[in-house]
Design a protein around this ligand. Structure first.
Ligand SMILES: [Zn+2]
Length: 314
């Protein structure tokens, strides 16, 4: 087992201190970002306008070259001015001077009209989902300002989200999906906790553990769920689905909890395991885990414990 200088479970007060410390840190960070935006507001607005102008210009060029090609098709002419010839053997229209390198040439398929109407559907404003980060990079402020805060700033100035303006999904919807996923997983954790609670004498949800490895620095980790009875302590790590399984993480948690148990002379058997909400068989991660959808079909404690022990992480 890894050697620790100390390991202990935070009490409620220490937990609150830890949470407010992080909240404070987050707020300080946000205040700093907003200061950077304020100090660079003129430049950021300028870059927005330049960026949008370039975008529209590119779009017009794409359309122009599309229509220029259609004109050539109708006139059966090449870029170089030569009349196109239909190559019967190959089934396409080509330029007789294709070998000349001084000009660009064109070829058309026999069903070119269909190709054109397909192509038109794909001509769109070339706007990536991280356009705001691109602007920040141009301003050399991508280390200081987050994409989300920049978009909020633009909107406060009456400058629309460019993705929304040009027919894509609003940028903040893509950015916040990670945050949403995080909240979602908290809900899933609670569902698993609520399911297991009636079966076990003790249940500990989100256990904050402070520890220091020898010659390491102090760290705090949050264990998702620990349920126990007189024989076993089940250390449960909950994941959205099995590709997020992190063996090292659970190894560390197991060592921490085992350390605490040994100190308390707790002789019960510690069983670490993963519970996932979705399981992908194709996943490269073959660690054993329990699928919550299968678990919640079980209605006896004996069967649950059996499942836990059989699928324990080792
Ligand atoms: Zn030509």
């Amino acid at each position: 087992m890894k050697s620790f200088e100390y390991v202990h479970i935070l009490n409620i007060e220490e937990q609150q201190d830890y949470i407010s410390f992080f909240r404070q840190k987050h707020n300080d960070g946000l205040a700093k970002v907003r200061r950077f935006i304020k100090d660079n507001s003129t430049k950021l607005i300028e870059e927005y306008n330049i960026f949008e102008k370039e975008l529209v210009h590119q779009y017009k060029e794409d359309l122009d070259s599309y229509y220029a090609k259609i004109d050539l098709w109708h006139a059966k002419k090449c870029y170089c001015g030569s009349d196109l010839v239909f190559k019967n053997d190959y089934g396409f229209w080509g330029c007789p001077n294709y070998w000349s390198k001084t000009n660009k040439h064109v070829t058309f398929k026999h069903n070119q009209s269909e190709v054109f109407s397909q192509n038109l559907k794909h001509i769109k404003v070339r706007l990536s989902h991280n356009w705001s980060t691109e602007i920040l990079k141009r301003c050399k402020l991508n280390k200081q300002i987050t994409a989300k805060e920049l978009i909020l700033f633009y909107e406060s100035q009456g400058l629309e989200d460019l993705r929304a303006k040009y027919g894509f999904k609003h940028s903040l919807k893509s950015i916040s999906s990670f945050i949403l996923a995080n909240e979602h997983s908290k809900r899933e954790e609670k569902e698993i906790k609520d399911f297991l609670n009636p079966f076990f004498e003790k249940s500990n949800y989100q256990m904050y553990i402070k520890f220091k490895k020898i010659s390491g620095k102090e760290e705090i980790r949050i264990l998702d769920l620990v349920v126990s009875d007189e024989k076993n302590v089940f250390l449960i790590e909950i994941k959205r689905h099995n590709i997020y399984i992190d063996s090292e993480q659970l190894c560390l948690y197991r060592d921490l909890l085992q350390y605490i148990m040994t100190q308390k002379n707790d002789k019960r058997i510690l069983v670490p395991l993963f519970i996932v909400n979705e399981y992908y068989r194709q996943s490269i991660n073959n660690s054993s885990c329990i699928n919550f959808n299968e678990l919640k079909e079980i209605s006896s404690k004996t069967a649950i414990k059996e499942m836990f022990i059989k699928n324990a992480f080792s």
